[in-house]
Design a protein around this ligand. Sequence first.
Ligand code: KG4
Ligand code: ZN
Length: 332
Amino acid sequence: MLLSIESSCDDSSIAITDIASKNLVFHQKISQDSEHTPYGGVVPEIASRLHATQLPLILEKTKPFLKQVKAVAVTYTPGLSVTLLEGVTMAKALCLMLNIPLIGVHHLKGHIYSLFIEKEAIFPLDVLLVSGGHTLLLKAKNFAEMDICAKSLDDSFGESFDKVAKMLNLTYPGGPIVESYAQKGNPMRFAFTIPLSHYKDVAFSFSGLKNSVRLAIEELKQQKNELSLQDKYDICASFQKTAIAHLVQQCGKFLQYSKNLNFAVVGGASANLCLREALQELLGQNRHLYFAPLEFCSDNAAMIGRVGVEAYLNGVFSDLDLQVIPRTSEIL
Ligand code: KG4
Ligand code: ZN
């Protein structure tokens, strides 16, 4: 069995995965949404302190399995340095105590392997990764070779949902609530421009769209002080439609040059059902589209454990002086 830990942002999570069958034996995650809602985003110091209390509570429940654990996998990059440190420190302590090897896992590789929890991996694969920290297109050839082909020039897709939610005084994280408001709104009421429509290369950008939303809200406030619930629904619907149209447009460009038959969308924001439908339509019948189960789209230790199993089977281990790396490296 392999124990895995995730603490790169605001989810404290630990999993135990059976190495031979790749089945999940134990998995728990404690999110911190309500603690960060007053700030409209994650406050690193609060997140770090919550990991320090929550991770040991989850670890306690893995006690019956500890004797059978053969390695510990932990997210060490990218993420918030103070929160990554909580997981990495716990992982090192466990490795020393149990005298077993450590496996440092790249968080983005974890998101890609969220597709393969309790399953065999499928490669080669083109991947759209949409999370709070990243919006990327990648080519994944196999476990060891994954290249970033395109990324956001500014904000990420998920982050833009968080910022729109904050402007409308909605809860954090913004993705689920903006999606649910959008279902009740008129997507044609506000004509936001699709970003980078005439851009030659494949890239993403959400800060211009975010500003257009801010200006639309300010204009409404000048007219009537308070936004009605319907105003908020319509803003969310118009914003979401434009943000998804932008992703689809850039993926369309990317797919013109890729012969790969397998395409996947992963990351917290891949839970968005309108995005899933729009990508399904883009890909049509000629390519296979893969999604992670909804419960494994956002950050979790099960996906880190799935990478850990692959690393263990390939003999890829880390030194016990593994350091956290907050920035995103180009190599996964
Ligand atoms: O992957 P994740 O849990 O954390 C990072 O690695 O960043 O992704 C969290 C992000 C947040 O920005 C959240 O608002 C967004 O995913 N998200 C969504 C949806 N559910 C979560 N964005 C759009 N629509 C959703 N349904
Ligand atoms: Zn993530």
